[in-house]
Design a binder for this molecule. Structure first.
Ligand SMILES: Cc1cc2nc3c(=O)[nH]c(=O)nc-3n(C[C@H](O)[C@H](O)[C@H](O)COP(=O)(O)OP(=O)(O)OC[C@H]3O[C@@H](n4cnc5c(N)ncnc54)[C@H](O)[C@@H]3O)c2cc1C
Length: 400
């Protein structure tokens, strides 16, 4: 199979930049002639790929259909971080923290010394050999700049142009774009990959043969300035704290900040709204959840008492109904590929999903088992029609 002459990747997040990068790394005979990465916003990683935690765990998918993604990507992240000189990648141990209690957290080896408030104890979830972190924005910048792709910012894809093939199938001919000044045009392309996160449900409008049910889970996250301590490079998974309705995940970062998500109060944004472009240009954090995160941290840590948040933000986790990714070709449309719904592991899996998609697009096959992620598991879209007037069970008149 010959590679595409022009591959358009839609979505400048961790997934889109990974597809562009790994496509650019194919052997010259299988490399796309040109790669264009299109992002609706004014910079790359404006959503979850710039605002997510960046935690990764090699063995946490063992025994499931995502095991291969976890394993391959964990090892590849380490390799890429060294090759690209990423400053924010590091391995780090993980603790489970029971926050509601009076006695404190004890002195188990590896407990960060800022965990000095009231609590019910800690338990090890990993010694740091198979858990790590990267600040996702740094990965995205490195992957996209090394891909050599033409990056179009402030550009929204609003449709995919299809041509008819002699055998009755269809093929990608281009993408319809709208730029910031409102002008509309068609960019010719023979392959397109949707790495559009929660907005992957738009695929249903562009490829009428598929059903692409998606939901965006919109959550607030908060960063704090880190307290100076010697052993703070430990990720914390806190139990549900019923006082504040939080379930904190705490990731101290090498840049001197502490990132907290799991602050509760998430909103579930349905596909009907996402298909209209809801939150595509951004979403605001909820102040009440910032306060809840702050109160939880203060209860766990005397060292953090009085320390106010440094920043807060909100973004969406892209979820299919079965919580698995949607990855693979669009049936019946040559050159069309889907790559979204990576839920809470989109950053961790990016080197694996990017490689798998690049292989599919450029070689026509991949060494990854993507069978559980095929969009066809959701069937064809519910047929329009059938909702009109009936006479003794027989449809009469317009059925839309
Ligand atoms: C609070 C929170 C914490 C998380 N923590 C972690 C973590 O610790 N580890 C981990 O692995 N994962 C984590 N995740 C999940 C991870 O962030 C996501 O799975 C991942 O970022 C998804 O990447 P993406 O590129 O598919 O989507 P996105 O980052 O949403 O990128 C999609 C991009 O497509 C663009 N786009 C969409 N439609 C169009 C269009 N029509 N035209 C042009 N551009 C378009 C959007 O603007 C967007 O930039 C977290 C998520 C959340 C919400």
């Amino acid at each position: 199979m010959s590679p595409p002459s022009h591959l358009v990747v839609i979505g400048g997040g961790v997934q889109g930049s990974s597809v562009a990068y790994f496509a650019s790394q194919m052997a010259p005979s299988h490399r796309p002639g040109k790669i264009t990465l299109i992002e609706a916003n004014s910079h790359l990683a404006p959503h979850a790929s710039g605002k997510g935690g960046g935690f990764m765990a090699r063995s946490w998918g063992d025994g499931t259909s995502t095991e291969q993604l976890h394993h391959y990507a964990f090892d590849k992240h380490a390799e890429l971080a060294a090759e690209w000189g990423l400053k924010t990648y590091r391995k780090l141990p993980v603790l489970s923290v029971a926050g509601e209690g009076k006695k404190g957290f004890g002195s188990m080896r590896g407990t960060p010394n800022w965990l000095d408030g009231k609590g019910a104890g800690v338990r090890s979830m990993g010694d740091g050999s198979d858990t790590a972190q990267v600040t996702p924005g740094e990965y995205v910048e490195a992957a996209s700049s090394r891909s050599g792709a033409t990056v179009l910012l402030n550009t929204r894809v609003v449709g995919v142009e299809l041509s008819e093939l002699p055998d009755g199938e269809q093929a990608v001919a281009g993408v319809e774009i709208v730029t910031a000044d409102g002008s509309r045009s068609v960019l010719e392309a023979d392959a397109v990959c949707l790495s559009t996160g929660p907005w992957g449900c738009m695929a249903e409008d562009w490829f009428p043969t598929i059903s692409s049910p998606m939901e965006g889970i919109k959550s607030t996250s908060v960063t704090f300035p880190a307290r100076e301590t010697a052993n703070d490079a430990v990720a914390l998974f806190c139990n549900e704290d019923s006082r504040f309705n939080t379930h904190l995940e705490v990731y101290p970062r090498p840049d001197g900040t502490v990132y907290c998500c799991g602050v509760g109060g998430s909103d579930y944004i349905p596909a009907a709204e996402l298909r209209q472009g809801a939150f595509l240009s951004g979403c605001d954090p909820k102040e009440a959840r910032v306060e809840a995160a702050t109160a939880t941290l203060h209860a766990m840590s005397d060292a953090y008492k009085g320390i106010a948040p440094k920043s807060s933000q909100a973004c969406m986790r892209p979820c299919a109904p079965d919580a698995l990714p949607i990855m693979g070709p669009v049936p019946g449309v040559a050159g069309a590929f889907l790559n979204y719904a990576h839920n809470c592991w989109g950053i961790a899996w990016a080197p694996a999903t990017g490689t798998a998609m690049a292989e599919l697009i450029c070689l026509g096959e991949t060494t990854f088992d993507l069978s559980a992620f095929n969009v066809e598991r959701f069937g064809a879209p519910a047929k329009r029609g059938g909702r009109g007037r009936k006479k003794k069970g027989e449809a009469v008149g317009e059925q839309w």
